[in-house]
Design a protein around this ligand. Structure first.
Ligand SMILES: Cc1cc2nc3c(=O)[nH]c(=O)nc-3n(C[C@H](O)[C@H](O)[C@H](O)COP(=O)(O)OP(=O)(O)OC[C@H]3O[C@@H](n4cnc5c(N)ncnc54)[C@H](O)[C@@H]3O)c2cc1C
Length: 486
């Protein structure tokens, strides 16, 4: 059992064995576990689906708290558009139920697939399918129920549910926004047991459209994104841009090659457009065609790989996002994957891509051998004018290489932090790199520690993340002071 829990999707880390693995059934049991952990000073790391890539949901020693038995839907409120679920529920279970009723959470889960949990998503600030229109899962959260890691194992509710007479239908108003304290905290501030989420009617008319730029002109991407945000916005469920090198790689990996393959000339824009009325969808298609026509042509993946469906035969089922990520994001065979996915404002993606490529060139010899580094396998547009640049590098999963990979990973993330990128699944590797990059002011670190001390006075929850090992430890000693300017 311990071996099975010793790794997640994070082979850059060595195996880590917890002393105790607990699978509680309800918040009261978690509260009791927290009391015991406080009494004997045992660290706890919460774990959902274990799809974390950055060392967030494994524990060396101490308690690994697997919350996937807490997987019930408590309420789907079809009239008031919210739901209440236990945080160990998987995206697969929740979305399958919602889709049957014509509802959606907007964002429908991360690229790791549907066995990731809602609790993991809220802790990792998950972006995924649907995020161009609906944003991150945390932006769709109306509140949470949390077990606080204090000696009493207190259970609290946030959002409107902080009013014990109210339903969990809205986030703000009843008190300061304490929900935010637990969003993207990678399990450092509390153990989320229930989540209250916004629901939306799922637009029944959806279409997929791909456009290939006529030239390999990366500089065109921001201008097109601005126009699309300004003129089509609500119609775009998702926009993913695959840079040229990725399209070429995909072409080389084609399962069924057509006899004559199309020439790959530039990045591919993949849209999912959606509407409640077919006529409105037609208007969205027209608008997108108009915006894209000068620089691109309509494109079908079948031109490169006959195994991909034609867009006219496409429909949005839960298989689609899963297959999309398998094919388009997990391009190379899984060895060690040091992901560096981060968010940037649209206006900065061209410049930062250049900086990132320059960094890779300068440090060519420092990456593990046979490693391939990429700024973005895909650039995913988010609602208010910024993007997820989903990139990273891989390495052989063998001793020696693993260490080199880990060092380079931290270095690369520090670089991105220094140029102003905002990462989101932080776990151990990324949260530590942010500290090493000297991104947080001493005042911010003190505030963070003070807040954590309030909820976790004995420092039992998720040690090591953010290079926090105790309240008296001076985090500034982890700052990399020799970082060269490039
Ligand atoms: C191929 C691949 C693609 C991916 N694509 C994406 C993507 O598109 N977008 C994205 O955001 N992520 C992505 N990820 C990362 C990860 O899968 C997601 O962030 C996912 O949401 C994690 O959910 P989980 O349930 O597996 O969480 P876990 O891995 O179990 O945990 C994640 C973190 O949350 C904490 N945690 C978990 N549950 C709780 C809880 N109930 N209370 C408090 N803390 C908790 C853990 O301690 C850990 O730090 C990808 C991973 C892979 C392998």
């Amino acid at each position: 059992m311990k071996a099975a829990y010793s790794r997640n999707v994070d082979p850059a880390f060595p195996d880590r064995w917890a002393d105790i693995i607990v699978r509680p059934e309800n918040p009261e049991e978690i509260s009791e576990i927290v009391k015991v952990a406080n009494k004997y000073n045992i660290p706890i790391v919460p774990r959902g689906g274990g799809a974390d890539l950055v060392g967030g949901s494994a524990a060396q020693g101490g308690i690994l708290l697997d919350i996937t038995r807490m997987n019930q839907i408590i309420e789907i409120n079809e009239k008031d558009y919210y739901c209440e679920v236990e945080c160990g529920i998987t995206w697969g279970a929740l979305i399958s139920e919602l889709f049957k009723r014509g509802l959606t959470t907007g964002i429908v889960g991360p690229g790791s697939g549907f066995s990731a949990t809602i609790g993991g998503g809220l802790s990792n600030n998950t972006a995924g399918f649907g995020s161009t229109k609906y944003g991150l899962i945390t932006e769709n959260c109306l509140g949470v129920e949390v077990v606080i890691p204090n000696p009493k194992g207190s259970i609290i509710r946030t959002g409107s549910a902080a009013n014990k007479y109210a339903k969990p239908f809205c986030r703000y108003g009843v008190a300061p926004d304490f929900t935010g304290l637990f969003m993207g905290d990678v399990g450092t501030m509390g153990i989320k047991t229930k989540a209250f989420l916004k629901l939306y009617p799922n637009p029944p008319f959806k279409v997929i459209r791909n456009y290939m730029l006529n030239k390999n002109n990366f500089n065109k991407i921001p201008g097109l994104m601005y126009k699309l945000q300004k003129e089509v916005r609500d119609g775009i469920q998702d926009l993913y841009v695959n840079p040229l090198v990725v399209v070429q790689l995909l072409a080389s990996l084609a399962e069924v090659r057509p006899p004559k393959r199309a020439k790959v000339r530039g990045p591919v824009f993949m849209f999912i457009l959606e509407a409640f009325d077919e006529r409105i969808l037609d208007v969205y298609i027209e608008k997108v065609d108009e915006i894209m026509k000068e620089d691109s042509r309509l494109f079908e993946w079948q031109e490169l790989d006959l195994s991909v469906k034609l867009s006219k035969d496409w429909d949005f089922t839960l298989k689609f996002p899963y297959n999309y990520f398998n094919k388009f994001v997990c391009l190379a065979p899984p060895k060690i994957s040091c992901t560096t996915c981060h968010k940037l404002p649209i206006s900065e993606i061209v410049e930062k891509r250049e900086e990132s490529t320059e960094f890779d060139n300068i440090h060519k010899g420092d990456f593990p051998s046979q490693s391939y580094s990429i700024f973005a396998r895909s650039i995913h547009l988010l609602p208010n004018g910024h993007c997820v640049c989903a990139g990273g590098f891989n390495a052989e999963n063998i001793p020696g290489q693993r260490e080199i990979a880990m060092n380079m990973w931290h270095k690369k993330v520090r670089k991105q932090v220094n140029y102003g990128g905002a990462h989101y699944w932080l776990g151990e590797a990324i949260s530590q790199s942010i500290v090493e990059a000297d991104a947080y002011t001493p005042e911010f670190i003190q505030f963070f520690k003070d807040m954590k001390k309030t909820v976790d006075p004995n420092f039992i929850l998720s040690p090591k993340k953010f290079h926090m090992y105790g309240y008296n430890d001076d985090i500034s000693k982890y700052i990399d002071k020799n970082e060269e300017e490039i």
